[in-house]
Design a protein around this ligand. Sequence first.
Ligand SMILES: *Cc1c(COP(=O)(O)O)cnc(C)c1O
Length: 446
Amino acid sequence: MRFHGTMRINGVGHLEIGGCDTVKLAGKYGTPLWIMDEEYIREKCRRFRKAFMEGGRRGDVAYASKAFLTLAMAAIINEEGLSLDVVSQGELYIALKAGFPPERIYFHGNNKSLDELKMAVKVGVGRIVVDNFYEIDLLEKAAGDRKVNIMLRVTPGVEALTHDYIKTGQEDSKFGFSIADGDALTAVNKVHGMKNIVLKGIHCHIGSQIFETRPFVEAADILLGFIRNIKHDFEIDMEELNLGGGFGIYYSPGDEPRDIASYADHIFHLVEDRAREYDLKMPKIIVEPGRIIAGPAGTTLYTVGSIKNIPGIRKYVSVDGGMTDNIRPALYQARYEAIIANRAGEEAVEPVTIAGKCCESGDLLIKDICLPEIESGDILGVSCTGAYGYSMASNYNKLPRPAVVLVREGTAELIVKRETPEDLIANEILPKRLAKDVDLPYASMS
Ligand SMILES: *Cc1c(COP(=O)(O)O)cnc(C)c1O
């Protein structure tokens, strides 16, 4: 397994993250458990700031909170001076609860409700990224006599080299106004005539887990052409160009992430060239990294339970979590690496398949991974689970969601408590006519 951030093997042969022994963390907090490496998160934020916001570059970096959002995460992102993307009232609420300044929030989504838009207007969200004609009408209503700054989300028609489910920039997408069929220009025309809506810029998001700089540069090129058309037709300069997120990370062999600075260099050069060529004001460039900030910062610890060996076929190693805490392998055939945290230095000797505990044959976390000889009771660490793990977690099979611990310089802090069986029925109402007096043999199962 490749090590990320502050991972290392400590003196007793255990996996250590943020100066904390992960085997001890598993003992103290139980498993499954997410470990988030605070130093890694802060380091990545700083690299993005440096590449896009410093050295004379006018840019902004908005962390896409859907990758991983808790109060603590929002507070860290705020301290690092990044902006924040939210896609729902729920994400907006958590950000505001953490004290995140609303003016540094971008509000996304292809079907925002009137209530969500009203809340966004009321709290003063910095940019609403408008996705479709229906939303323009809703927003005009929600804004009333306030002025609202927006960006328009467009589809540039770029196909990112990634899995079908996580590419979004092509024509056939549920997101955004198409440039090619003229909808995008019609949308500019529509908002241009509105008194309470101020068009600040153009947004696109081409996909996720992208390793190349080329799709970003191509998208920027297409958007600059569009911005030139806007200037021609309406005599306005777009002040902002938002190229979305999707920066790829290493999960398993074959993934080759690129340096953040190289994305920034390629994007800025292209935009500077085109702005000069088309006689446009150089726009502020915004990017929205999610996975690349949260992903490799997270490791999930599981306890190994039953082991089933089918000679000549496969050895199934079951852990105490699964698709409820990591849906990505089942959803997009995502690959992961793992390590036996209590014997981190041992050599891999046999291929096994890591299975979850959910009642689905497809609940396999890692198919065919080579590990040291594994035993029931071992602590398995799966790396790069910080993004789209906790945020996509469910209670399928009524598994309580795991806890999340933030580690840094030898200190571990619980930032999300483990759910209890009581939490599972917190919103349930048993009609009186169906209720029975029950006396459970334990006061609490937590
Ligand atoms: C999902 C999303 C992102 C973040 O994508 P990552 O692959 O996590 O970097 C950024 N912007 C928008 C609009 C998104 O939908």
